[in-house]
Design a protein around this ligand. Structure first.
Ligand code: MTE
Ligand code: MO
Length: 373
């Protein structure tokens, strides 16, 4: 019997090594080293994004990890510091949950004036089913002390920050969250869509923070530190933070929760649609710790809106697919489509951009212009 051939893009994600060896079929390549791949969002065809189409966001090269020597360290203000091996984690009670990850820079390419950073369009968002252990269970094993305020996560990947202001020398990718959030629903995942976690997505172990932008879901996890102090590392302040007005002056706040958003998958920018036909407009919508209540669509640039049909069942912190049967006008010319989502907390996607968000959290309504012909 011949071995089934894997699809090329999947092979790419399974390999560790110089990115130039990767066949990157099907994905939009934003950067090869470090590897940054965008999901072709127009290919959205189901609730779960296949591993070979799930976007990849990395700041440093994929680290080489030997699972025999790899350990998850849990240290800092804990009663019992731990060094866990992968098979020990796999013996603990496991949980499987679908979670949508969106990079906080998704949609950056639509900002004007143009913002610095990877020019993500619609595809730095994907949805997978993650399997792992609850962070809360690991923290309980270690015995977190009462004085602890934050939990810090460190990835094995490292590199130099070339653009100022950054510290000199190599740094790792670290992020933190409050102890309260850490005990909520955070997963330490070793499987993705039922497969072994691929190297590009954090093998052998990654954090999955449901409802938060992707940067919180630290990949290639090696260390968890329980701390009594707020953490203000590079990826928590200089990057992945925004300005929020305060009583005295605006202060830098780390990015956390995803904001309500709908994206149109089809049609795409500058697509041609047949005059007088029925076109099935489709896409996905997501929010944080709530359900998507409605997704509306305008086919006349925002003048009037129609409800779309929400598909499947609501799943917290995973996207909801939607569709709309559009009676394409007979008149030829350009048409502007806009989608907007509202969640069960009454939050609606804003029409305009909030400038305090810098080059992150792009959730305002994005018009898609198509041509009727
Ligand atoms: N160790 C480590 N974890 C990381 C990153 C990274 O560069 N290094 N990138 C973060 C960012 S910005 C995002 S959006 C998600 C992307 O996860 P994915 O590549 O599995 O899609 O991983 C996060 N975790
Ligand atoms: Mo990100």
């Amino acid at each position: 019997m011949t071995k089934p051939r894997k699809r090329p893009a999947q092979d790419a994600l399974q390999k560790i090594g110089p990115a130039k060896e990767f066949p990157l079929g099907g994905m939009i390549i934003r950067e090869k080293e470090p590897l940054n791949l965008e999901m072709p969002f127009g290919s959205l065809d189901g609730f779960i994004t296949p591993v070979d189409r799930f976007f990849v966001r990395s700041h440093f090269p994929i680290p080489q990890i030997d699972v025999k020597t790899w350990r998850l360290k849990v240290e800092g203000e804990v009663e019992r510091p731990l060094e866990l091996m992968l098979h020990e984690l796999k013996k603990m009670e496991s949980h499987t949950i679908p979670v949508t990850l969106e990079c906080a820079g998704n949609g950056r390419a639509f900002l004007a004036p143009q913002a610095d950073g990877a020019q993500w369009e619609r595809g730095a968002v994907s949805n997978a089913e993650w399997t792992g252990v609850l962070l809360a269970d690991v923290l309980r094993l270690a015995g977190v002390k009462d004085s602890v305020k934050e939990v810090i996560f460190e990835g094995a990947d490292s590199g130099e920050i070339k653009e100022p202001p950054g510290p000199s020398g190599k740094i790792h990718f670290l992020r933190s969250m409050s102890l309260r959030k850490a005990k909520e629903n955070v997963l330490l995942a070793f499987r993705m869509n039922g497969e072994e976690l691929p190297p590009a997505h954090g093998w052998p172990l990654r954090v999955i923070v449901p409802g938060w932008y992707g940067m919180a879901s630290v990949k290639w996890l090696t260390r968890i530190v329980a701390s009594t102090q707020p953490f203000s590392g590079y990826y928590q302040t200089i990057e992945y933070a925004y300005w929020e007005g305060g009583p005295n002056a605006p202060t830098l706040v780390p990015i956390t929760e995803m904001q309500v958003k709908a994206q149109i998958a089809r049609p795409g920018f500058a697509d041609r649609v047949q005059s007088g036909s029925i076109y099935q407009v489709s896409g996905a919508a997501w929010t944080t710790s709530a359900e998507i209540r409605k997704v509306e669509i305008s086919t006349n640039g925002g003048a009037t809106w129609h409800n779309t049909q929400l598909l499947g069942e609501p799943v917290r912190n995973a996207w909801r697919l939607w569709k709309y049967e559009w009676r394409v006008p007979a008149k030829l010319g350009k048409v502007i489509l806009i989608a907007r989502a509202t969640d069960s907390e009454g939050r609606t996607q804003p029409a305009g951009r909030d400038c305090n968000r810098g080059s992150y959290i792009v959730n305002h309504q994005i018009p898609i212009e198509v041509e009727v012909r």
